[in-house]
Design a protein around this ligand. Structure first.
Ligand SMILES: Cc1cc2nc3c(=O)[nH]c(=O)nc-3n(C[C@H](O)[C@H](O)[C@H](O)COP(=O)(O)OP(=O)(O)OC[C@H]3O[C@@H](n4cnc5c(N)ncnc54)[C@H](O)[C@@H]3O)c2cc1C
Length: 388
């Protein structure tokens, strides 16, 4: 028996559920088809279980895309304030952690429960454990699942990116984009720890757990946040942020002492120029272990002004060519995706295939760390939902 709807939404998480709510509220008969046995698994693990659901300072500049203008329209029409209004309507307690990042006080489950309640109120039908075998387009879209067939004049693809395959990421959305002739910008792991080459690893990775406030930069972008040394390389917010911009074989630059002059003490001509004087200066900025390790490998070649300037320069622009990333297993997002040239910025509908929409992380719009990826999921989901 075919289930006939006004719209079918593939993927029942952030973008898909928001789209379903908006369309349902407008009286559309909507079905969400989700292959997992429950909705929103990624919402549940997000923000360390507390879901950083938006960011107060959300701007188009907080997103990477081959077309930096594409996200503007959807972001302007569904803002952080719109999502906060929903959160407050459901009396979900939340707080600002840092830099405009809003988190649940209790648990990410609150956000998922809110979306589920809103879906129910909007009459959205949810089909869990629905394995999609094939999608065809006749006069409408026909979705063949293992146990049923669904039909609708509109199909919304909200199957997310490739990150965290163990909780159900699949390539279905990318496969569908290709099937319908839409261009894809090469997907790659984003917001992901970087791994170091053997030489750097042997120099630094036994310091796993040590962190420092740094400025990480690459490709004209820079982020001042914490960096963390791991067993295989570098992580922490500064590195996760810059990883989204990093391309293999390129160097990243790390300022280990932002705004500080490590050798300032030597402006005083009475100060003896020696490691005994320099070491405590470095330890004021970096942890003792990291400071000592840095001096092991980067001590000034001599004590001339030129050598000190060189030492200073190296500490402010540590140049590293990472070996790679920790991959989709550890990536918080997938950068790249369905080319924005293929979609209407207002509705997320394909320009080539009327009735076919792509929303959320599968689109070539990737947020910085800090609640921006959810804001994109809500905004792009709402944009499509209002157009169905
Ligand atoms: C560990 C972690 C923590 C994160 N924390 C945050 C955070 O705090 N703040 C933030 O803004 N962002 C965070 N993110 C990113 C954020 O979770 C995603 O960007 C966001 O969930 C994308 O929403 P989406 O609906 O597009 O995709 P997803 O949330 O990935 O949802 C896709 C849905 O489609 C389903 N699906 C996939 N394949 C199929 C198929 N073949 N058939 C049917 N259904 C399918 C999936 O099961 C899933 O339910 C985090 C990501 C991770 C991995």
């Amino acid at each position: 028996m075919a289930n006939h709807f006004d719209a079918l939404i593939l993927g029942g998480s952030a973008a898909g559920l928001m789209c379903a709510i908006e369309a349902g509220k407008r009286g559309r008969r909507v079905a969400v088809l989700e292959h997992a046995d429950r909705l929103g698994k990624k919402i549940l693990i997000s923000g360390g279980g507390r879901c950083n659901f938006t960011n107060l300072h959300c701007q188009p500049e907080n997103f990477l895309s081959s077309n930096p203008h594409f996200a503007k329209s959807a972001l302007a029409r569904f803002t952080p304030a719109d999502f906060i209004a929903l959160v407050e309507k459901h009396r979900i307690p939340y707080h600002e952690k840092t830099l405009g990042q809003l988190f649940c006080d209790r648990s990410a489950r609150d956000i998922l429960a809110m979306l589920e309640e809103e879906c129910q109120a909007a009459g959205v039908l949810i089909f869990l454990s629905t394995k999609i075998r094939e999608v065809r387009r006749t006069t409408e879209f026909v979705v063949h699942a293992a146990n049923a067939e669904f039909r609708a004049p509109a199909l919304v693809v909200a199957t997310g990116g490739l990150s965290i395959p163990k909780i159900g990421a699949t390539s279905l959305g990318y496969d569908l984009a290709r099937q319908f002739g839409l261009k894809i910008r090469e997907p790659r792991p984003g917001l992901v720890p970087l791994t170091l080459e053997a030489k750097d690893r042997s120099r630094y990775c036994d310091l796993a757990g040590v962190s420092a406030e740094v400025i990480a930069s690459c490709d004209g972008q820079q982020f001042r946040e914490k960096m963390l040394i791991t067993h295989r390389g570098l992580s922490g917010p500064a590195i996760l942020q810059i990883s989204s911009y990093w391309k293999k074989t390129e160097a990243i630059h790390i300022d280990l002492a932002p705004g500080s002059e490590l050798t300032a003490i030597f402006h005083d001509p009475k100060m003896p120029r020696s490691l005994t004087t320099l070491r405590p200066e470095l330890r004021k900025i970096l942890s003792t272990r990291f400071a000592d390790r840095w001096l092991e490998h980067h001590a000034p070649a001599s004590w001339t002004n030129a050598a000190l300037a060189d030492f200073e320069q190296q500490a402010h622009a540590w140049s590293i060519i990472p070996a790679g990333t920790e991959g989709y297993e550890k990536a918080e997002v997938t950068a790249g995706g369905v080319d924005t040239d293929e979609l209407s910025a207002k509705t997320m509908e394909s320009r080539k295939v009327p009735g076919l929409f792509f929303i959320g992380e599968i689109v070539d719009v990737t947020g910085h760390l800090g609640g921006f990826n959810f804001q994109w999921a809500w905004a792009s989901g709402a944009a499509a939902g209002r157009a169905l």
